[in-house]
Design a protein around this ligand. Structure first.
Ligand SMILES: Nc1nc2c(ncn2[C@@H]2O[C@H](COP(=O)(O)OP(=O)(O)OP(=O)(O)O)[C@@H](O)[C@H]2O)c(=O)[nH]1
Ligand SMILES: [Mg+2]
Ligand SMILES: [Zn+2]
Length: 297
């Protein structure tokens, strides 16, 4: 926790060289940044001061707990937000869920590190749009201990469960465009006007939210982030990747080879546990896909 001090503020959102900052007493002010603070992001704690001309300027970023980043379309790493306690990965039934992308977010959460909540929004569309296999995939996440919350922003189903889970923490909503991240914030903060977008005929979102923005809840903070088409992980070695699979933990050190990647190695307890259904098979299959892709990159 950063101490409350008059010259420390928290970044609400960033537009190029300009920031909106919440001061220690909750007032929002507009600030400029010095060029060297290029990667300052929503959620950062920063030092700021008033200049002689009356404008406010940020002079330094306080040490960070972590940063959530992703490569942009040119492959350059962009910081999305900083100081994240909880990563809320939001999926919906339309646009349809990508379980592989969800797994990649769960691996990213482990690297931050941050706690995870899996939100399945648009519960009202589940009957119409979900496939039988989806129930099986979804059940695997609960089985290995992830908190899964089903929400419907029209009726408010599941919303209280999210705020209960947040407490005084800082959380970020991440996921595909159009799954309803901003709608969830609008539900949690009915007095704020928050822009939500339509989805197209194909069920794809339209990238309505363009900058990450931090909102204050009763106790904690919640950051809305721009929807993605895909979420790629930075390069990771096999053991970093495996740490994103908490279900493997109870078998740690039990494979014949201590650098076992749980693919084709003899004496692999993970492979045996999948065979005997002591580990969820679809998660394991996607782990193998992801491992192959991470190593070939
Ligand atoms: N049926 C249904 N539609 C919902 C629900 N929640 C949100 N939507 C709709 O989904 C569409 C997209 O919602 P947004 O909140 O803008 O989605 P987003 O994830 O913030 O999208 P980006 O900002 O593009 O990343 C809107 O048309 C919402 O009305 C829900 O619980 N049920
Ligand atoms: Mg949005
Ligand atoms: Zn193994």
């Amino acid at each position: 926790m950063v101490e409350k001090s008059q010259d420390i503020g928290r970044v609400i959102s960033r537009f190029g060289a300009e920031l909106i900052l919440a001061t220690y007493n909750g007032e929002h002010i507009r600030c400029t940044t010095r060029r060297k603070l290029d990667n300052v992001a929503s959620g950062d704690y920063v030092r700021w001061q008033k200049e002689a001309q009356g404008n406010a300027v940020v002079t330094a970023i306080e040490p960070r707990k972590n940063v959530l980043s992703r490569p942009d379309f040119r492959g350059k790493i962009r910081v999305i937000a900083a100081n994240i306690d909880v990563l809320i990965v939001v999926s919906s039934w339309r646009p349809e869920p990508s379980w592989e992308m969800l797994d990649r977010y769960l691996v990213a959460a482990e690297q931050l590190p941050a706690e995870v909540i899996i939100v399945m929004n648009k519960a009202d569309l589940r009957g119409e749009y979900s496939a039988a296999a989806d129930d099986v995939y979804l059940e695997e996440y609960s089985r290995i201990g992830y908190q899964v919350i089903h929400t419907d922003t029209k009726t408010g189903q599941g919303i209280a469960e999210i705020s209960d889970a947040l407490g005084e923490k800082t959380a970020i909503l991440a996921g595909q465009s159009g799954v309803g991240k901003s709608s969830l914030i609008a539900c949690l903060l009915p007095e704020q006007s928050i822009r939500v977008g339509e989805i197209g005929d194909t069920g794809e979102g339209r990238h309505t939210t363009t900058v990450a923005t931090l909102y204050r809840l009763a106790g904690g903070s919640l950051i809305d982030s721009p929807g993605v088409r895909d979420f790629a992980l930075p390069p990771l070695n096999p053991s970093e990747l495996q740490s994103g699979y908490p279900e493997f933990a109870e078998f740690a050190g039990m494979c014949k080879f201590n650098n076992c990647t749980h693919q084709h190695e003899p004496g692999c307890v993970i492979k045996s546990a999948v065979k005997s259904n002591d580990l969820p098979p679809h998660r394991y299959q996607r782990y193998l896909n992801l491992l192959t892709r991470q190593i070939n990159h």
